[in-house]
Each structure stands twice: as structure tokens, then as C-alpha cells.
Write a protein that binds this ligand. Structure first.
Ligand code: SF4
Ligand code: SF4
Ligand code: FES
Length: 265
């Protein structure tokens, strides 16, 4: 089959802005977008920059926007998107600075993940022996732990996009779905004793109450993480633990009260 790709190109050393370049080439019917991009590099244009490693939807490095939506290029078949030979538009992930062509700078992504302190914080003396966690306690966390840190959800998060478009400095923007899903992984872990501090920090500005529940992170996540669901779980836990003074929490509680008392939305 013929694959036609329209790829966003950007070379900071050229002194020019971004542009789009079209390529057409014969590829096997089963080809993925990643395979086509690699074939372009081998046969047509070795200046095209992209990032990839496993080709198996495991490492998370090949996330990019394909036809306007974040996807793993190695998991996206050309035939699924171009049924009648349509051109496929390939761009770097959104909400992150572009280094070159399809390679984005993931530093802001990692800053947000680090901000939620993604490590177990036990209190008290070290345990005398291993801590066996019951299966039923860890099972709900398995989906979150499947995150491959690809950045697709952050790329397409509408809150982050809006804040960045308004010129907000990255470090003051919404923590975004991947970091918040990671935060839930530790709040839900029975070996972690820092829930109170974590939920207090996450309830503040730029945290769990900034999500507008647009669903985009649910749609684009290539794994089972369901980031928005984890954010909602964090909200429930924050309210359960009495963090009710924040605007989002107050809104939720008042909304519930109105419905209970008057049946009106
Ligand atoms: S549901 Fe919330 S976290 Fe997910 S993309 Fe939308 S605003 Fe961002
Ligand atoms: S939550 Fe899903 S989309 Fe977001 S970084 Fe993890 S695997 Fe990627
Ligand atoms: S190359 Fe590893 S996830 Fe696509």
C-alpha cells in the first residue's frame, strides 16, 4: 500500500519556523506509523528526527500527535487511519517544547512527576521483615502502575494547553494527568504513610481540582491507567480526609447538598 505522511518539521538551527513536509512511499499493509517514519529516514530523508526504542508499546518513547491526537506511533497502523489512502498528519506531542521535528523536550513532564514525590514514604521504624501487601489492596493500583510515562495524556490535556496558551510559566501550570495518576498510586499504597501531606498538597492550586474532566486523557492513554479516574479517586480521598476548604471541594459539596435538598441541578 502507499502511505502518505505530512510531517511537522522544525530545526532550531535553521533559524526558520516550523513547516510541514509530505512524503509518499510504498509500505507493507501491516506497517505502523513508526515503521513508515523509520522507512522515510532510511530511504528518503535521514534528517528527520524522532524518538523510539521498543517498537512494542512498552517504552513510551514514540508518543506523537497523529491526526491531531496523541498516540504511540508503534501502536498505530497506517491502514487504520488511511482507509482510502488519506494523508496522515504527524506532529510532536503537544504541551511540551519541541527540540527538533518529532522530538519533544520531556523535562517539564518529569518535573511534574517529581513534584508529586513518587516514592513510598513510610513513617516509624523500618519494618523487621518484608511487608506483604494483600493482593486485593494492590489490584486497584495495577492499572495505574501500567503507566509507561509516554506523555500522551499530558500532550492532550486541555487545561494544560489553555494555561500554556495564556502564557503561564510551566512550573505554575496544572500538575496534569500523568503526575496525578502517579500520585494516586502512592496515596493508595498501604505501605505509604504520607497520605495526609500528599492530599493536602494535591488539593492546592494546580492540583486535583483543576481538572475539568474533559476525558481526553482517558481517550489517548495507550495503557489502562485512566488518569482522570485516578484524579477523581484522589478528590474523593481528599474530601474523606477533610480537605474541604478548597474551591473545587466546596463546589462539589455544595452541588451534592443542593441536589439532595432540592433535587435541582
Ligand atoms: S480529564 Fe482532566 S486531566 Fe484529563 S485531559 Fe481533561 S482536564 Fe486534563
Ligand atoms: S497515564 Fe497513560 S498516557 Fe499518561 S503517561 Fe501514563 S501511559 Fe502515557
Ligand atoms: S517505541 Fe516504545 S512505545 Fe513505541
Amino acid at each position: 500500500m502507499e502511505a502518505r505522511l505530512r510531517v511537522r518539521r522544525f530545526d532550531p538551527e535553521s533559524g526558520e519556523g516550523a513547516r510541514y513536509q509530505s512524503y509518499a512511499l510504498e509500505v507493507p499493509d501491516y506497517a505502523t506509523v513508526l515503521e513508515v517514519l523509520l522507512q522515510i529516514r532510511e530511504e528518503l530523508d535521514d534528517s528527520l528526527a524522532l524518538r523510539c526504542s521498543c517498537s512494542s508499546a512498552i517504552c513510551g518513547s514514540c508518543a506523537m500527535r497523529i491526526n491531531g491526537q496523541a498516540r504511540l506511533a508503534c501502536k498505530t497502523k497506517v491502514s487504520a487511519l488511511a482507509v482510502d489512502g488519506e494523508e496522515i498528519v504527524v506532529e510532536p506531542v503537544g504541551n511540551m517544547p519541541v527540540i527538533k521535528d518529532l522530538v519533544a523536550d520531556m523535562d517539564p513532564f518529569w518535573q511534574k512527576v517529581r513534584a508529586v514525590e513518587p516514592w513510598i514514604q513510610p513513617k516509624g521504624p523500618p519494618p523487621e521483615r518484608e511487608y506483604l501487601v494483600p493482593h486485593e489492596v494492590m489490584r486497584p493500583l495495577a492499572d495505574v502502575m501500567a503507566c509507561i510515562m509516554c506523555g500522551s495524556c499530558v500532550s492532550d490535556c486541555t487545561v494544560l494547553e489553555t494555561e500554556l496558551s495564556l502564557g503561564k510559566p510551566y512550573e505554575q501550570t496544572f500538575l496534569a494527568p500523568a503526575a496525578l495518576a502517579k500520585a494516586y498510586r502512592f496515596v493508595g499504597d498501604p505501605r505509604d504513610d504520607a497520605d495526609a501531606e500528599r492530599l493536602l498538597a494535591l488539593s492546592r492550586l494546580e492540583g486535583i481540582w483543576d481538572c475539568t474532566r474533559c476525558n481526553f486523557c482517558l481517550e489517548v492513554c495507550p495503557k489502562t491507567v485512566a488518569p482522570m479516574d485516578q484524579i477523581l479517586a484522589l478528590r474523593r480521598k481528599a474530601i474523606e480526609q477533610g480537605h474541604e476548604e478548597y474551591l473545587g471541594a466546596r463546589h462539589t459539596l455544595e452541588f451534592e447538598k443542593t441536589v439532595r435538598e432540592s433535587s435541582w441541578l
